[in-house]
Design a protein around this ligand. Structure first.
Ligand SMILES: [Zn+2]
Length: 181
């Protein structure tokens, strides 16, 4: 399990029969995963592929570009999707900053901001715990920034959308929901 920051959020283990975003059968979820996750979290969590509309990006980030905006607009307007999951994963080379030199803006600046905003928390951690916290904090940051996008904010205001943050641990094949305190 990752480093839980008690006053910020908790990690709750997820099981395929208890995922909170599953509504009626056949209803799709926009799944925003990371490009380098190995793509096995859906299978490991036994989430049916016909319920998932999948989008992968570097560090599971939704940035303000044509690809992300079109995906979001299509999911909300055409597919009538009511749940979005942002799923990070432990061991993420992007969230952990290992590929920073090859990352361009806005991805690199999102990570820089994340590290400076949470430097007190991150400075108190080392090694694996720090890496895990970065992955978790990045997911929460993405949930917040997606909530504030024009596309999602409108649907959230009308109670037509929920956005969920989670992390996947490939080693134990376990997913955790990030629940903010
Ligand atoms: Zn990754």
């Amino acid at each position: 399990m990752g480093e839980q920051i008690p006053d910020r959020y908790q990690l709750q283990p997820l099981h395929s029969d208890s995922v909170p975003w599953r509504g009626q059968p056949g209803q799709q979820v926009l799944w925003i995963g990371c490009s380098d996750s190995g793509c096995d979290e859906l299978e490991s969590l036994s989430l049916p592929s016909d319920e998932i509309f999948e989008y992968r990006s570097l560090g599971n980030m939704m940035v303000d570009d044509l690809s992300c905006n079109t995906t979001l607009r299509y999911a909300l307007d055409s597919l009538k999707i009511r749940n979005i999951v942002i799923c990070g994963h432990y061991g993420c080379h992007i969230a952990n900053g290992e590929v920073n030199s090859g990352l361009q803006k806005p991805w690199s600046s999102i990570l820089d901001t994340l590290r400076s905003t949470h430097h007190h928390t991150l400075d108190s951690l080392t090694g694996n715990k720090r890496d895990r916290a970065l992955v978790e904090l990045n997911v929460l940051e993405q949930v917040h920034s997606l909530s504030q996008s024009a596309e999602a904010a409108d649907a959230l205001q009308k109670d037509q959308l929920s956005i969920w943050g989670m992390v996947y641990d490939k080693a134990s094949k376990t997913g955790y929901q990030l629940v903010e305190a």
